[in-house]
Design a protein around this ligand. Structure first.
Ligand code: AMP
Length: 396
């Protein structure tokens, strides 16, 4: 059985075709700058050189037509006909309170996704456009929606409520939802295997361009750092994370911004980029810090301080912690970020084998704590596409 995984951003599209017999990725690719002058499509067949094409795509539907052409292309294809695709798994940003798991996309469920567009006005229209384009290109193939929020739907009410008038929660469903759910779910499953029991307390640190932390007990999410949108929580590549909401009015007044400009400022111009003035990319910021750039050094101090604060808060929320997981581009690759976080967590019972931390092999699950560490620490490469493909297979 071959499953196509489609992951659409507001102006981008990533895809993978996975053979579920051995869960092997046959090909993967991405399209950027959809709706702009020139989009680049990068298509990679496992074991072969990457193939790149440039196009102008007005929308996601046009991009998907070219992707389907590449999947069956004589030189770059991996299937003879698109009829070999058994199902499509779509990453969908927001479930609202309507779903706590992945769903088969029926006309009724599609209507619910459309109702929830206001909860994710940038991503949801792109997600829905991809569902509808795939339905028209593959009319007899089942489609599944796998939500970024679903893993977090086990949070207790006292964790997901905001302290605003209750009627507004009831009417508008304004509350914490959390994101990166497929990643938190995947690494939770791997951590449980490494712990040898699901009966444990886990703190997952997904650190990438977007970052979030989750507190998990017995395999179920109890709390997470992102909120109604992915803006809340940790400091990220271009997002501010937690900030006093009163700063908004103050800054809007001082800088003459309206609320849309303000949210753009917090989502796109803040975080690593805003503080360092160098880049939103952790590698570039780390390099600048090593070269003596004080604002880049401040980024590293601020970001790792905030991660530690969340770990401390979640250890208290869970009333203990058995293991801490690092994943995402930064969590998996930046031994320096892990060191800055972990060297100040000895009080919690964390003891690290620094040699293992500094020489962690890529793309492997690794335990970097010492055998006598009270709290285990794992580096686990995430695999969100595989979670989407597995859930799609289970549902069809
Ligand atoms: P993601 O959003 O999960 O793809 O993660 C992207 C982030 O991971 C970017 O900020 C990258 O700079 C960062 N990253 C990737 N590789 C490394 C590395 N070797 N060291 C530090 N940061 C890295």
């Amino acid at each position: 059985m071959k499953i196509l995984v489609v992951n659409a951003g507001s102006s981008s599209l990533k895809y993978q075709l996975i053979d579920m017999e051995d869960e092997k990725c046959l090909c993967s690719g991405g399209v950027d700058c959809i709706g702009q002058q020139t989009s680049t499509i990068e298509h990679k067949v496992s074991g072969k050189e990457e193939h790149t094409e440039k196009h102008h795509f007005e929308n996601h539907t046009e991009a998907l037509k070219i992707v389907f052409g590449l999947l069956t292309d004589a030189n770059f294809g991996v299937v003879k006909s698109i009829d070999e695709i058994s199902a499509v798994g779509h990453r969908v940003l927001h479930s609202g309170e309507d779903f706590d798991r992945s769903i088969l996309i029926t006309p009724e469920n599609l209507a619910i996704l459309k109702k929830n567009i206001p909860l994710g006005p940038l991503h949801m229209p792109a997600n829905i456009a991809c569902v509808e384009s795939c339905q028209s290109l593959l009319p007899n193939v089942p489609m599944v929606a796998v939500f970024d929020t679903a893993f977090h739907m086990t949070m207790p009410k006292h964790a997901y409520m905001y302290a605003i008038p209750y009627e507004d929660y009831e009417e508008f469903k304004v509350r914490r939802y959390g994101f990166h759910g497929t990643s938190h779910k995947y690494v939770t499953g791997e951590a449980i295997k490494m712990m040898g029991t699901s009966n444990c307390k886990i703190i997952n640190c997904h650190l990438g361009n977007g970052s979030s932390i989750s507190a998990v007990k017995d395999g179920k999410c109890q709390d997470t750092s992102m909120g109604l949108t992915p803006l809340e929580g940790l400091m990220m590549g271009t997002r501010s994370g937690d900030i006093d909401p009163a700063c908004l009015e103050f800054l809007m007044d001082k800088k003459g911004m309206d609320i849309h400009q303000m949210l753009n400022y917090l989502n796109k111009k803040s975080g690593f980029l805003g503080i360092s003035g160098v880049s939103s990319d952790a590698r570039a910021v780390t390099k600048a810090a090593e070269e003596g750039n004080e604002r880049a050094q401040l980024v590293l101090e601020m970001t790792t301080y905030r991660i530690r604060k969340y770990i401390g808060a979640y250890a208290a929320a869970l009333q203990g912690v058995d293991c801490i997981v690092f994943t995402g581009g930064i969590g998996e690759n930046s031994f320096d970020t892990r060191r800055r976080v972990l060297e100040k967590l000895e009080w919690l019972g964390v003891k690290i084998d620094w040699d293992k931390n500094n020489n962690c092999p890529r793309r492997k699950n690794v335990e970097i704590s010492t055998p006598d560490s009270k709290v285990k620490v794992f580096v686990i490469p995430t695999n969100e596409e595989l979670v989407i493909a597995r859930e799609t297979k289970d549902l069809i």
